[in-house]
Design a protein around this ligand. Structure first.
Ligand code: XBP
Length: 228
């Protein structure tokens, strides 16, 4: 993948929706399972989740939903603790689903990373999902194909502000010792695109199932698949 006719020094990959359709096949299934297990009276549909994905971060997403439904008891005290427990359990269930093979790498993504590595390009991860979620996905979906661990993985726990804030990308640039023009970000969603652009990094968008519509202002290129 060339960036302005030259190879980038590093390609910085988002995780959810970009490496795999984790949201539809993993996180949404896990959220609904946990709501039942913990007697939280919510069931999220595909349409609900598409709207909810405007909010980055699983815990933040549940808080936005509680507010939206006027269930303010979930925003403080015991109710807030219930959501924190639900979030921890959601990530445990998510990791189990991933281990069981419920989530597959997006078609062509493994070959895309392999080609970069053969060309001497660094592969790194810039996500605001929890680190355990990325590690579970790497172990189940990328390591078996011989993809080595990324040189750097910035995850949700590493930042104070999640995407669309550029903090995760700025940290990656600092830790890799690279200039924004040396790098290409790969994202599937408008929040990720905004984060990369706000850090000055060119961004290839590979649209995922919940983000067909954009907006994609400022994208370097917009594709539907890693195969094209
Ligand atoms: C990823 C997310 C996450 C995952 C779940 O952000 O928004 O919400 O759905 O992650 P990005 P946690 O793709 O912008 O990196 O539940 O661990 O927060």
């Amino acid at each position: 993948m060339l960036l302005n006719n030259v190879l980038p020094k590093a390609v910085l990959f988002d995780v959810d929706g970009t490496l795999a359709e984790t949201e539809q096949d993993g996180h949404l299934v896990a959220f609904n399972r946990v709501f039942r297990l913990l007697d939280i009276p919510w069931t999220w549909t595909d349409d609900d989740y598409q709207w909810l994905l405007k909010t980055t971060g699983g815990l933040e997403r549940m808080r936005v939903y509680a507010e939206h439904c006027g269930q303010l008891q979930f925003l403080e005290g015991e109710g807030a603790e219930r959501l924190q427990d639900a979030h921890r359990l959601k990530n445990k269930v998510y990791a189990e689903l991933v281990e069981q093979g419920a989530v597959k790498p997006r078609p062509g993504v493994v070959a895309f990373i392999q080609t970069l590595l053969q060309q001497g390009v660094t592969w790194a991860v810039v996500t605001t999902t929890s680190r355990g979620n990325f590690e579970a996905l790497y172990a189940a979906c990328l390591r078996p194909s011989g993809i080595p661990p990324p040189k750097l993985a910035i995850c949700g726990e590493d930042v104070e502000r999640k995407k669309p804030d550029p903090e995760a990308y700025l940290q990656a640039l600092h830790r890799l010792g690279l200039h924004p023009s040396d790098c290409l970000a790969v994202e599937d969603a408008p929040n990720g695109l905004k984060a990369a652009r706000a850090a000055g990094i060119a961004c290839l968008v590979v649209r995922s199932v919940y983000f067909q519509a954009g907006p994609w202002d400022g994208a370097y290129e917009v594709r539907d698949s890693f195969l094209t």
